[in-house]
Write a protein that binds this ligand. Structure first.
Ligand code: UD1
Length: 359
């Protein structure tokens, strides 16, 4: 069986790693990794391949940054000949980034079978580019591999046939459980002078939080206030860095701003934090898996089990955020949702083998 994995942006790489291992363990599976080049900096891309021990991509489409339409179009244009040349039994796409939706469009038109890892998540918010990518990809994929039962429900509600949906659990948690022992040896806290359980970790990069200067300023002021009470460390995504004004930087004077971190260093900081303040999808899941309180700076989440079963709380209002951050304490509540057990990738590999067409 020939599998072509297509990844493009940072959160895809953590999902590819356990799947690549699971297919390798099956034996007799040829795997090709295509990187679209949506993320291209060492800190956003190559460091993850090294850190997570993923073989370097076989093909890099080198699309780089551009508007959503141009980036999507470039991926489609450059991916189509690669897909036609290699003709895999399955193309596997991950998550909700532009690369995911672009590849789904190509595969559906040249009749290549497509599997979507992390299918069925919905925020209900079509102003998020990721929500559009989820809707398009799930509409087109042949096999929808879901991380949680709410995702199955969402797909059924949209009229997806049951035989296209396979509940597999959460592959991000596979990566987390596999990497945690190594992460805890990174000693990031010591290097930054932080004490276990006594600091806040922040990541903010969503367009809805960083693209409007007033919204960004309100959030940065709130983080500055939190930093007067407890140490705050903030690895800054390139999108956010490019938007910070001089006065935002002033508000953040007490915050420890870092460049984006490789996977294990980030996981070490997450596992040792008193709380996490974020708008990332992955961190909402990682904090639930680790039992660390998480404040999600958004009006909604496509990952509701992190709120109903996990440690996540929505905190879209910057003034409320300060109060909630200063009150946050771990309460030992570390229940992992069904299928968040470190074996999702094995189930994905088996599902693809079971669904491969005869002949
Ligand atoms: C993308 C995903 C988002 C994901 C995020 C994680 C989409 C629609 N969004 O958003 O779901 O949470 O990745 O990082 O696909 N840049 C660099 N170096 C890089 C990559 C990007 O400097 O390696 C800069 C770009 O020039 C651009 C900005 O970061 O200005 C945004 O990059 P882009 O890939 O367009 O989207 P993200 O905001 O990263």
């Amino acid at each position: 069986m020939k599998i072509m994995h297509v990844v493009g942006a940072r959160p895809n790489f953590m999902k590819l790693a356990p799947c690549h291992r699971a297919f390798a363990a099956l034996g007799d599976v040829e795997q090709l990794v295509v990187h679209t080049g949506q993320h291209y900096d060492d800190a956003m891309s190559d460091s993850f391949f090294r850190d997570l021990e993923i073989p370097p991509p076989d093909i890099n489409l080198g699309v780089g940054s551009a508007s959503h339409a141009v980036q999507t179009a470039r991926i489609m244009e450059r991916f189509e000949p690669v897909a036609l040349e290699h003709g895999p039994e399955w193309v596997v796409v991950y998550g909700d980034v532009n690369s995911t939706a672009a590849v789904a469009l190509v595969c559906s038109k040249i009749d290549l079978r497509l599997a979507h890892v992390e299918a069925g998540l919905r925020s209900g918010d079509r102003s998020m580019p990721e929500e559009i990518n989820r809707l398009v990809t799930d509409r087109l994929a042949d096999l929808l591999l879901t991380p949680s039962r709410d995702a199955d429900e969402n797909l059924r509600r949209e009229g997806v046939e049951s035989n296209r949906i396979v509940f597999v659990g959460n592959v991000m948690v596979d990566t987390l459980l596999h990497g945690l022992p190594r992460a805890r040896k990174e000693l990031m806290r010591e290097q930054l002078g932080l004490r276990e359980g006594e600091y806040a970790l922040v990541t903010i990069h969503r367009p809805s939080n960083v693209d409007a200067p007033e919204r960004l300023a309100d959030l940065m002021r709130a983080l500055g206030i939190v930093a007067r009470q407890i140490p705050v460390v903030f690895p800054v995504h390139p999108r956010t860095r490019s938007r910070l004004s001089a006065s935002d930087r002033g508000a953040l004077a007490a915050v420890n701003l870092l460049d984006p971190l490789p996977y294990h260093r980030m996981l070490d900081l997450t596992a040792g934090a008193r709380l996490v303040i974020t708008d990332s999808g992955g961190l909402q899941e990682e904090t639930t898996a680790l039992g660390i309180p998480c404040l999600t700076v958004r009006e909604n989440t496509e990952r509701p089990v992190t709120v109903t079963e996990g440690t996540n709380q929505l905190a879209p209002d910057p003034r409320e955020l300060v109060r909630l951050a200063l009150d946050a304490r771990a309460n030992g509540h570390a229940r992992r949702p069904e299928g968040w057990d470190g074996r999702a990738a094995e189930r994905i590999a088996l599902a693809l083998v079971a669904h491969v067409p005869a002949g």
